[in-house]
Design a binder for this molecule. Structure first.
Ligand code: ADP
Ligand code: MG
Length: 253
């Protein structure tokens, strides 16, 4: 059976998409079969994998709103064993269109049942909000992977994030667990980064990955080439870090 993981943090710009693209790629390069589902209308993971989001005939929108079979929307990526269900701006409408549906938070869960034997991991890149799209992702998931940016305000949203996880447990998905917390944009030269790591470890304890993702310009450049970091610059610090993270991730599973 596939394990389903949502990459979630309602804060924008913390590294959800960067982690989705590069962790999925690293897991696939480690021999795992992976499906990445982009459920953010910004479609950044979609373009990050080199797929032209504005030329797509079908996307996750058609699965959620038009009741398409998810198999019709699965794209191959450049990396062997790594598939993608893409998204684009059309998905912004789903938040409203799903509102009147009876099992509106459970739509994604229902739609992925048919592919649960196909992959080792199904990883969902959430939008930076607590809306219906994120709720669909969390309801469909076994675990949540939380990226946290090493900056001053990073812990501010954490209690709200945990409230959402608890709310989902109470009402929609009682078995939802924390997969892990990944610290991103770490800069070892600053006391701030080191302080944030300590604070986050106090809060999440052994859920924090030992691997931290450094601030690395190559990670920021790779999306404009539509490539995961291991393809764009295999030797970069960013690539090394995500490969290490994938090993830690696999060990935990
Ligand atoms: P989110 O999906 O949470 O909104 P992104 O993954 O899109 O966040 O990251 C926000 C921005 O920061 C992007 O431009 C991305 O390229 C950049 N970024 C993310 N992680 C790193 C990193 N470790 N080093 C350098 N730039 C990064
Ligand atoms: Mg994103």
């Amino acid at each position: 059976m596939s394990k389903i993981i949502s990459i979630f943090n309602q804060k924008g710009g913390v590294g959800k998409t960067t982690t989705n693209v590069n962790l999925c790629a690293a897991l696939a390069l480690n021999g795992k079969s992976v499906l990445s589902i982009d459920i953010d209308p910004q479609g950044n993971s979609t373009s990050g994998f080199g797929i032209e989001k504005n030329k797509l005939e079908y996307t996750i929108y058609d699965v959620l709103v038009e009741d398409y079979d998810i198999n019709r929307v699965i794209h191959k990526t450049e990396i062997c064993n790594l598939d993608l269900v893409p998204a684009n701006i059309q998905l912004a409408g789903a938040e409203i269109e799903l509102t009147n549906t009876k099992y509106r938070e459970k739509t994604l869960d229902e739609k992925i049942q048919s592919i649960l034997k196909k992959y080792d991991y199904i990883i969902i890149d959430c939008p930076p909000s607590l809306g219906l799209l994120s709720l669909n992702a969390l309801t469909a998931s076994n675990t949540v992977l939380i990226p946290i940016q090493c900056e001053y305000y990073s812990l501010e949203g954490v209690s709200q994030l945990m409230d959402t996880v608890k709310l989902v447990r109470r009402n929609l998905n009682p078995n939802l667990e924390i997969e892990g917390v990944v610290l991103n944009m770490f800069d070892g030269r600053t006391n701030l980064s080191i302080q944030v790591v300590e604070e986050v470890k106090k809060y999440f304890r052994d859920k924090v990955y030992r691997t931290v993702i450094p601030r690395n310009i190559r990670l920021a450049e790779a999306p404009s080439f539509g490539q995961p970091i291991m393809v764009y610059d295999e030797k970069s610090k960013g690539s090394e870090a995500y490969l290490k993270l994938s090993e830690e991730f696999i060990k935990n599973n």
